[in-house]
Design a protein around this ligand. Structure first.
Ligand SMILES: Nc1ncnc2c1ncn2[C@@H]1O[C@H](COP(=O)(O)OP(=O)(O)OP(=O)(O)O)[C@@H](O)[C@H]1O
Length: 265
């Protein structure tokens, strides 16, 4: 317990990020594997069609695609906010449907477009997750989490209601990091933020990645994906149509992907 934050840092530093930059190469470890994931609505409409994907460890994967293409549904399957069928989503090779759901959500944390802070101070919010497990974070540990989320110590005692959306999003990130996640899922985390708050969040994400965190981020901003993602997954009509390195986005071949990229840039 004394070493909680050191433990976070050690964990993050201990993951060896591969240098070759390949995302399908044999030397790169897979953190999350999705195999043949499907979801259909009662009326038979397919939202996800046979989706298979490997999210590499210690990298940022951007997930982009037109509205309604299934991006959020895919992301939510990865920590069972939508329950995937067994045998379709694996974390470190283990089927997530067999893992205790709260334990899974500690390992695979999620941030949404709009942060929702609980009543109380910023510190109360950050302490929330560990407290559920009977652990009380020391002030020093809370300050360290604030720092990782690029918030100074003056935020410790502030009420959630006093914060801007951008600041609240960073508190939500610190609250998620208090659970010592191995993976972060982000569903358009900066779409409600101004450019400076967006840059603050992007900087934190890049810093977390450099410490070994695996990140999957849905974004509508191709420019954002090009700034921070290593790999991009393009999803159209519930199907993954391309997986590319972000610098190779312009090489997309699928006609719908090309059209989407042209209209979005
Ligand atoms: N629980 C649900 N019940 C009915 N339809 C749903 C449900 N969840 C998602 N859908 C539908 O599935 C499709 C994919 O939704 P999803 O939110 O995953 O898309 P998205 O790519 O994230 O969209 P956006 O970019 O607009 O957020 C949409 O047509 C949506 O209306």
């Amino acid at each position: 317990m004394e070493n909680f934050q050191d433990g976070v840092r050690e964990h993050l530093l201990s993951v060896n990020v591969t240098e070759n930059g390949g995302f399908n190469g044999s030397s790169e470890e897979t953190k999350i594997q999705v195999k043949g994931l499907r979801r259909s609505l009662d009326e038979g409409v397919m939202i996800l069609q046979n989706v298979s994907l490997e999210i590499p460890k210690g990298k940022i994967m951007g997930i982009i695609g037109p509205s309604g293409s299934g991006k959020s549904t895919l992301l939510r399957a990865l920590n069972r906010l939508w329950e995937p069928p067994s045998g379709t989503v694996f974390l470190d090779g283990i089927d997530i449907t067999g893992v205790d759901v709260l334990e899974l959500r500690r390992k695979v944390g999620m941030l949404f477009q709009l942060p929702v802070l609980f009543q109380g101070t910023v510190a109360d919010n950050i302490r929330y997750g560990p407290q559920l497990k009977g652990k009380k974070l020391k002030d020093e540990q809370v300050y360290k989490l604030l720092k990782i989320a690029d918030l100074d110590s003056s935020f410790f005692d502030k009420q959630g209601s006093e914060l801007s959306v951008g600041q609240a999003q960073r508190v939500a990130l610190a609250r998620t990091l208090a659970n010592e996640p191995e993976v972060l899922l982000l569903d358009e985390p900066t779409s409600a933020l101004d450019p400076i708050s967006t840059q603050n969040i992007e900087d934190v994400l890049v810093k977390l990645k450099s410490r070994g965190m695996t990140i999957a981020m849905v974004s509508h901003s191709i420019k954002q994906i090009q700034r921070i993602a290593d790999v991009v997954c393009l999803i159209v009509g519930g199907e993954i149509v391309e997986v590319l390195r972000s610098q190779d986005l312009s090489k997309a071949k699928h006609p719908m992907a090309i059209r989407f990229l042209q209209l979005s840039s």
